[in-house]
Design a protein. Sequence first.
Length: 134
Amino acid sequence: IFASALDHYADRLVEKMRPAITDPGKTLRQKIHAAPTFIETESDKDYYFKLSHAPQNKSIHDQLFLLAGRKMMPLVVEQLRLAEQRGEIRCEDPVALASHCVFGEYGLTTDPTIPPQERAARARAFLEQMLDHL
């Protein structure tokens, strides 16, 4: 039951991000800026937020991060392929790049010594820099 509830919460978070990520009228760079972060999609009034962000529940938060990331992967892969078709990027392996974009920021985005908004800003800045080299 718990795994199902956590999976449902991950679905809710991803669905809040979907419109900005899949907006056909925006470039990939614009989507990176427009997409809400998990910080912006969660509410401290939500039971699952409280559960997964309690200091003693880091393993639950890690599970949630992985679940949401797995659900984000198809969306990100699709957007990378579209960006390549439009000539915005060159990417031989959109699955590998998507995996890095989704999971490669884990250390930064979960570091409790960095304020949440700074984590999000730094992750976006890194993705911007990476786009400059694709």
